[in-house]
Design a protein around this ligand. Sequence first.
Ligand code: ZN
Length: 445
Amino acid sequence: MTSSLRNLEPRRPEPARTLAESEVLAAARAAQADVHAAEARKLAAAVQWARLHEVTDTEESATWGDSPVSISGPGAPLLAKGCIAEFAAVIGTTTNGGRAYLADAIELAHRLPAVYAEIQAGRLAAWKGRRIAGETVLLPLEAAVDLGERMAVVARKLSARATQQMIDETIAAVLPEIAQERADHHSTPRVVVDHRQVSFSGTSEIYGALEIADALDLDATLTREAEALKAAGCDASLDVRRAMALGRLARGEANVDRPVTLYVHLPADTDATAVLENPGSRLLTQAQVAAFCGNPDVRVTVKPVIDLTKTLASAGYDIPDRIKEHVELRDGTCIFPYCDRPARGSQKDHTEAWDDGGTTSTDNLGSLCQHHHNLKTHAGWNYTRVDDGVFLWRSPHGYAFLRDHDGTQDLTPELREPPRSGRRPERRTPGSPPGPARPPRGTEP
Ligand SMILES: [Zn+2]
């Protein structure tokens, strides 16, 4: 074999030594912390770049490059438009990409200073701050600063959905006409059957948006008709059978009579908004909810109001529907760290196992998606209930995460060493925050 051919052989990186599992996890976590710190430094560099190229005199522009451009929200400094491309290039992105990055950095530093301070203090990931900054540019300065101060307290543990909801609620309160415009834009019902690019296998693309009640009906009808096709002997995939079912619907061959159940949550502390739970948490105005209820074509089932402060219990192992409903409403999503899958229809886990004396009651049940239920049952993850709807998780190697209805908080202390090694005895400083203490199930020597 020639040396040039030998060079083409795939190579595997050879580590100097094999790391233990706990060391790999500690290394990955330390690397992630380095990434966060580097992203904070990069944002600070962008802010400094903007400061060096701020235009204060909008009348006098010596060159095209000096002319001012506003890329962030009201009250933020103007930037000399010629400076953007170079910054973009040195961070390896397009000018549009660099402009968006600088816009977020300026928005954070000048209009969301509390959020920016959290990033620079290492308590909030820069990408989470940028996600907020990307949504607040419409807000007046005072409303942006106020929202930033409220978000800075909780942003590091909020899920993407909860973050978006907090921003949407502020926009709905401060700029109701913008919120309505956005809702109208996203919700104008339309269906497009695109015959311009028929595929080689003879299919056309269909896309669009339906009224929520129509969409739920369509979804359920396609699923039911697909099941009927399977029962009749069709062995095509579910996707194919659903597409065939839509064709049957078009020819009037499907049965569509079905009532609609909408799960509408009306928060006690606001009279402006409601959350439509299915098919995904969606913020609505109460006027929109009222419109659903007044539509003669929609048979809305109103679910009874459930008092989530009460504890419901049942004597047997099986979980009655009223207790499932209570747990689903309380949890909202799967309660595993960072999981965003809906609690509705999830599995209900006895926090303390039934065989170990755990009861079938709302204070001993949590919603888990199938995958995360498997992790708890088979892979060394475990959790305890801290309070109603608040759970403390421990990973197989002892990392700790607090999960509540707002989201997830990593409670593992900052450690340079792996939190648990199979050989070394455990060391904890008295009074240190809850850390890796409990040995993982099934992996002890
Ligand atoms: Zn899950």
